[in-house]
Write a protein that binds this ligand. Structure first.
Ligand code: ADP
Ligand code: MG
Length: 310
């Protein structure tokens, strides 16, 4: 539902800020588990972007049994395509840079809390403790010479849900550029990539406060991506407590570091995506310290204490 609100706000932003005589084509499709909207002065843009994102979903989704990620998760060792190998390597790097806050090996914890099959439950402490033994990117062994990825412990799994969409947006933008398209906005459920500008002015998008207690903010983007991570889209509430889908790999519990949303703007979708997840886990102080190591990014946070509602 919030995805729809975000998409809606972006459409309004585009229509209001643009010159009404110049035409924009809009097309929407469900991909990578979310609504993906493509807006461009060129009609052919949407097919190019959708095809590329579909290709990456087929390669990287843990929900597709034939994807390279699913086959690696099933076998514990696999020779991957250079592209899948690359994204796992980048994930490991970001894990290290974030002190383990971003970690694709949280997959068994995501399953344990029921976020994969949407049968939400609060696990026993002993289950969390056992599952934590499978978590830690240093337990993924990468062989650069032959693209083989191997897990150090049986039962380990990876989940690229915190980075794949951002990477897919980068790839879609590249395909569009290669096809000679200079202007396009792709919104994948709140994560956006803006290629070029819109009729001479930067693309403008609306960022809503997730609990709608603060006014909408607008940001301009040009050859940049923005990603929002929060606890307001995928969550369940049990006995008045909110449990959301971003897991703190240190505790094994849904991250609770005082933020309800983090928005990161970066030249690359991959960086924006992974860092918004990492900073959500770290909280304001440590998150801002991490952001300082990435001079090209911009950070916007909404703190729990400023929100008036659950
Ligand atoms: P969204 O999927 O809504 O865009 P994020 O980019 O923040 O949100 O990614 C959240 C997803 O990333 C979760 O659904 C899960 O698949 C995965 N994930 C959860 N916790 C972590 C973590 N600490 N590090 C890396 N990935 C995570
Ligand atoms: Mg993310």
């Amino acid at each position: 539902m919030n995805t729809l609100i975000n998409v809606f706000s972006i459409i309004i932003a585009v229509l209001l800020s643009g010159c009404q005589q110049q035409r924009l084509y809009k097309d929407t499709r469900v991909l990578m588990g979310t609504f993906v909207e493509v807006i461009s002065p060129e009609k052919r843009a949407s097919k190019i972007a959708f095809d590329e994102m579909q290709r990456l979903e087929n390669l990287l989704s843990k929900y597709k049994p034939d994807s390279e990620v699913s086959r690696l998760n099933a076998k514990g060792e696999l020779k991957l395509s250079p592209e899948a190998f690359f994204i796992i390597k980048r994930s490991k790097d970001i894990s290290q840079a974030s002190g383990g806050a971003f970690d694709i090996t949280v997959a068994p914890l995501v399953d344990l809390w029921g976020f994969t099959d949407r049968k939400f439950k609060i696990p026993q402490d002993t289950e969390i403790k056992e599952t934590l033994k499978l978590v830690g990117s240093e337990k993924i062994v990468l062989n650069d010479s032959n693209n083989v990825v191997k897990f150090s412990f049986p039962g380990m799994k990876i989940d690229l849900g915190g980075i794949a969409k951002g990477y897919a947006l980068d790839c879609a933008a590249k395909k569009l550029k290669d096809a000679g398209i200079k202007s396009c906005l792709i919104n994948a459920g709140g994560q956006v990539y803006a290629l070029g500008d819109k009729f001479g002015t930067p693309w403008m998008i609306g960022i809503k406060d997730p609990r709608r207690v603060e006014p909408t903010e607008f940001i301009t983007l040009e050859n940049q991506s923005t990603s929002t991570s929060g606890n307001y889209q995928q969550f369940f509430i049990k006995d008045g407590v909110r449990y959301a889908h971003i897991i703190d790999p240190k505790t094994g519990f849904p991250a609770k570091a005082g933020l309800i949303s983090v928005t990161v703007t970066a030249p690359e979708g991959l960086t924006a995506d992974a860092l918004s997840t990492a900073i959500f886990v770290l909280g304001k102080e440590k998150g801002e310290a991490l952001a300082k190591n990435f001079p090209q990014i911009k950070l916007m946070e909404v703190e729990e204490k400023t929100a008036k509602t659950q």
